[in-house]
Design a protein around this ligand. Sequence first.
Ligand SMILES: *Cc1c(COP(=O)(O)O)cnc(C)c1O
Length: 500
Amino acid sequence: MIEKALPHIVQAEPLLFENSSPGKKGYQLPPLDVPSVDPAAALGADNVRDEIEDFPEVSEVDAIRHFTRLSTWNYAIDLGLYPLGSCTMKYNPRVNELVARTEGLAWSHPYAPESLAQGSMEVIDALERALAEITGMDAVTLQPAAGAHGEFTGILMIRALLERRGTPRKRILVPDSAHGTNPATASMVGYSVENIKSNDRGVVDLAVLEKAATEDVAGLMITNPNTVGVFEENIRKICGILHDKGALVYMDGANMNALVGVARPGDLGVDVMHLNLHKTFSTPHGGGGPGSGAVAVAKVLTPFLPSPRLKREGDFWKWNYDLPDSIGRVRAFYGNFGVLIRALAYIMAHGGKGLRQATLDALLNSNYIRTLLEPYYELAYKAPSMHECVFSDDRQAKMGVRTGDIAKRLIDYGFHPYTVSFPLIVRGALMIEPTETESKRELDLFIRAMISIAKEIEENPAYVLKAPHSTRTKRVDEVTAARKPIVRWKPSLAASQAAD
Ligand SMILES: *Cc1c(COP(=O)(O)O)cnc(C)c1O
């Protein structure tokens, strides 16, 4: 039985063009009280556009209803659980939005002189200090625009430090359980990437690492907890192995939702890391919206931080550009400021205790799902789960149903799918991250939906293979949809399709 609201309440909705009727208007203007001018005479005939053919003509209410109905085709965190693993799709408290709309902050301009930007600079400083405390690192930059950009910034700093030492080195080690952006980043900075195989518990194999960590290794990029949702329990030893060879440790901290208030990477030996403020620190994300990939560094790397840095002179904040070792700017201005305000509001509203509780709740929710789904889905690794749990489709694949099919059927149950086929080290992965913001009731609905799908697969796999059944658009050919998308409506095309 489907217990949640069905997706796509409105199934059929023509284009605004198709709703058009000649002469309809969405506005009313008072009579003209100045002499009217012939546009062609005033601007020159060449500069005046002809009548736009087939332009939609609708009333105000037609337009409002059209767009409101279209909005029912979207899924959002404000509608329900969004268990996309690795993405930390948590509910974003409205109080953060209220703070971000504070007039002085919302209207502050990056070109404003320092004397008029003291409040904004104070916000940046307060957030940098809070994140340094949370990560146990020495300093933080808020310039990078997203997680992968933070990685790029961090690896550039490692390269700058090693070049300064006179040994730039050639290779970066990346465990096979790392996020895909890690090897991409290392390669963009000019390093060759060496893959480190995980052991059967889903964590870095120390013996393999020891062998790979030679004198030409610049560093290790490690995602912790890694993409199978397992904490790298040997992280101190791992850092030791790298440091003994004069190499550095980059930690991908996008999964910090599992650690905030419980463990600090700086205390574990990490040299540089990024945080995804748009994940862990609850600023809205998705659809490629603005993010923030704050980067935290240990003392050895502080001279290389992007320029400019804040500095205090008497009672004033100033921007310091006099940083000879800096890698330079990585972004115009000082980061995505609106995101920074929301993250600071979130941290201050929770305080240390509240942030720790959020972490514990995230772990509890993920382990609750793991425990109740284990009888129905194959658990990829038996090691304890952190904030997300990863299953494989091994059992369902025997019936010809794969992770992507299960995800599509989940849409019929009113949920956004989990992350499909990632991480790559798990064949047919189902990666589920509920986050701390979900109630037991919402988790139970999700678990019941997943169990129900597992049973459907036993009884009628063909039905699941054709899912989704309740959405406006049925299953699309994903390759064609991605490679040859039709994103523009043309009257001639519509007419020829109707004729078919
Ligand atoms: C999301 C994520 C990234 C990339 O972050 P973006 O902000 O999307 O660039 C990197 N690593 C991990 C583990 C992630 O979950």
